[in-house]
Each structure stands twice: as structure tokens, then as C-alpha cells.
Write a protein of this length. Structure first.
Length: 379
């Protein structure tokens, strides 16, 4: 029998849609002890999308604690609770996609012997998750696993409250030699339908909305760049078109590096997460959590990370400002590597279409993430 866990989750948007973020926490179902906290910004999104993202983050945090847990999800969003319980239909495409991701986690938990129940609570009883969602809307990331800290102390004898050994040393000031700006491509019809489209997939072009997003991203990059600049794109059409818009705004010629391509999803290309959950029960969670999981005909996360890391090193070698038009997972891989995140936690990073992520690389090889998922230019 698994642990009894409570997930409290929330999300919000200042403008609806507007600046959005989510928050979630996990408690021990018997003692009420706080075990984990999550918060992250989402760029521009609606309240409901942010609430779904908070619920997914809470479920993944609970699954990490115990893959066979008995979980009660508590939220003040009646819409999310009723839709996940199967009592209300899901009409909005973004929410259908997110519900499919959540249902896949639920299926995996149930297959391992766990369970998930959904409970609506008044807003005043969800203040902790609401506070975390506001942290996310303020642009901050939170990923605290208090249960792991307790395991470490019990296993090593480190005194409670003494976390000095786990804190990274301060980064000394060094000269910035390369500024890397990662631009996710604009939307395609596949993007809007929530369908996977990886390397060797259908390779659609930007649609009208995506072309406008690429133009706005290009204008935003042009306002940021001074001095020598290089523009690189993946070999896939949507990234090449986005990179061409950026290069045109900067007055340079773009180059193509296929190692910045999206992950190859093999026989899953063209499917939504909901369809993957129905046809391949339990497998989507493995894609999120296991570095060596391979879809038939596709790449592992480890394969993707190896080629993206090589592409990143080549880009950095140019010096000056390097703009790379690429895809969601390559951006996640870069941030995962720099921030020391697990593969599962890297999926919690928001990388919206046409968003900008900036990284400063110092002369000693160290790097600082300046900002992620900037979508102000799209508003």
C-alpha cells in the first residue's frame, strides 16, 4: 500500500490571459507535513491553463515521492476538478492537451497500485498553493523537495537545519564572452493541436499566427543585440523560418545546425499526449522521466542531450551574441544542463512558442541564465 499524499495546486493569470504562473505543494496525508513545493512562471496564459499546469506539477512531485501513492488532489478550481473527475467535458484545446498529460500520470500511478481522487475546496482553504502561484507569476521558480532533505539527513547523519554543504559556492564575476539567445519557433497547426512533431516528422511550416510571432520575436531580438551577432537555426522548417525572420531583422545570413532539431519521437510523431496515453498506456511518463527511454524509431533523451550539448558548445565558440531558433525540448535540455535539473523537473520549464531565453557565458566557462520564456513582445 502506497503513501497517503495530498496535492494542493493553483494557478493564476494577471490579465486572463496575461502573465501567468502556477504553484503546487505535497503534504503527508496523515500528518499534514509539507513534503514538496513547486512554482514557476508560464509566460502568457489563461487562469485555467495555469491551474492545470499547477495540478500536473503537484502530481509529478507526488509521484516522485511514491510512484504508488494514494493521492487526493485539492483545488479551488471547480472546472479542473470536475473535468479531471470526468464529470464535465473539456472543450478548450490547450486544456485537452494538459488533461491528457495529467491523465497519463494518473494511469501510471494506478497501474503501480496507487489512486487519485479529486476534491474541490474553497479558495480560503487553498492559500498555500495560491501564494506559490503568485511567486510563479512574479517570475520565480521554486522546486523544494523537503522529503529528500530528510532522507539525506537520516542517511548521512547531517544535522537538521544544516544545509550549508548543499549550497553552491558563489559565482565570481567574470567577463561575458558569449550571450546565447534561444528563440522557440512560432506556432504551426501541429502546435495548436497539441501534437508531437519531432525530427523526421511531418515538418510543418509556420501558420499565419506563427509567422506573426516570428516577426515579433525578431523585432524583440533586434532591440536586444549590439555588436557581433550570429544566427543559427535547426534544420526543421518552422525553426528555419523563425531564424530567417530574426536574421533579416539583424541584417545577417542565418546558418543551419541540425543538432538543434527537436527530439525524434518516432512512431509517436503526429500524436497528442491524450492519444499516446490511450494507445501506449504508461509510456508517456517514461518519456518524461527516463533518460534512456526510446520510442520505436525515435531518440532517447540522452541522445537528444548529447547532440544539443555539442551544438551549444559550437554556438558558444562564435562569441558575441548568438541567436538560436530551435524547439521546446532542446531549450529544456540546455536549461536542464545548466541548472542541474532532473529530466522530470525539466518538463516543468515553460518554453512558449516564440519565447526568448537568454544565457550569459563567462570567460571561465561558467554560465548564468539571464531569463527564460520571455513573451512580452507577443502582448
Amino acid at each position: 500500500m502506497g503513501k497517503s499524499l495530498i496535492v494542493e495546486a493553483d494557478g493564476g493569470s494577471r490579465g486572463n490571459p496575461g502573465v501567468a504562473g502556477y504553484g503546487a505543494l505535497v503534504r503527508d496525508g496523515r500528518s499534514g507535513e509539507l513534503l514538496a513545493e513547486r512554482a514557476a512562471p508560464l509566460g502568457k496564459a489563461s487562469n485555467n491553463v495555469a491551474e492545470y499546469q499547477g495540478m500536473i506539477a503537484g502530481l509529478l512531485a507526488a509521484q516522485a515521492i511514491d510512484p504508488a501513492a494514494d493521492i487526493t488532489v485539492r483545488m479551488d478550481s471547480r472546472l479542473v476538478v470536475e473535468q479531471m473527475a470526468g464529470r464535465w467535458k473539456i472543450k478548450h484545446e490547450d486544456m485537452r492537451r494538459l488533461a491528457g498529460e495529467a491523465q497519463e500520470v494518473v494511469r501510471t500511478l494506478r497501474a503501480a497500485g496507487g489512486s487519485v481522487d479529486w476534491t474541490w475546496i474553497p479558495r480560503e482553504q487553498n492559500k498555500a498553493a495560491d501564494k506559490l502561484s503568485n511567486v510563479g507569476m512574479d517570475g520565480e521558480h521554486v522546486s523544494r523537495d523537503l522529503w529528500r532533505q530528510e532522507e539525506r539527513r537520516e542517511g548521512t547523519g547531517a544535522p537538521a537545519g544544516d544545509d550549508a554543504a548543499t549550497q553552491p559556492p558563489p559565482v565570481p564575476h567574470r567577463e561575458v564572452t558569449t550571450r546565447l539567445i534561444l528563440v522557440r519557433h512560432g506556432v504551426t497547426d501541429f502546435t495548436l493541436a497539441g501534437r508531437l512533431d519531432g525530427r523526421d516528422g511531418a515538418d510543418p511550416s509556420l501558420n499565419a499566427e506563427g509567422r506573426e510571432q516570428a516577426r515579433r520575436a525578431a523585432d524583440a531580438v533586434a532591440r536586444l543585440v549590439t555588436g557581433p551577432v550570429t544566427v543559427i537555426s535547426s534544420s526543421l522548417a518552422r525553426a528555419r523560418e523563425t531564424g530567417a525572420a530574426v536574421a533579416d531583422a539583424l541584417g545577417v545570413e542565418p546558418t543551419v545546425d541540425a543538432d538543434w532539431d527537436e527530439q525524434n519521437f518516432g512512431i509517436w510523431d503526429g500524436l497528442s499526449f491524450a492519444e499516446i496515453g490511450e494507445r501506449f498506456p504508461g509510456q508517456a511518463t517514461r518519456l518524461r522521466l527516463e533518460d534512456d527511454f526510446r520510442v520505436e524509431g525515435g531518440e532517447t533523451h540522452h541522445d537528444l542531450a548529447a547532440r544539443v550539448d555539442a551544438a551549444r558548445q559550437r554556438a558558444i565558440a562564435h562569441g558575441g551574441t548568438v541567436v538560436v531558433a530551435t524547439h521546446r525540448k532542446p531549450i529544456m535540455v540546455v536549461l536542464q544542463s545548466l541548472l542541474g535539473l532532473s529530466t522530470g523537473h525539466s518538463w516543468l520549464l515553460a518554453t512558449d512558442p516564440a519565447s526568448l531565453t537568454a544565457i550569459e557565458v563567462r570567460d571561465d566557462g561558467s554560465a548564468v541564465v539571464d531569463y527564460t520564456n520571455d513573451t512580452h513582445h507577443l502582448r
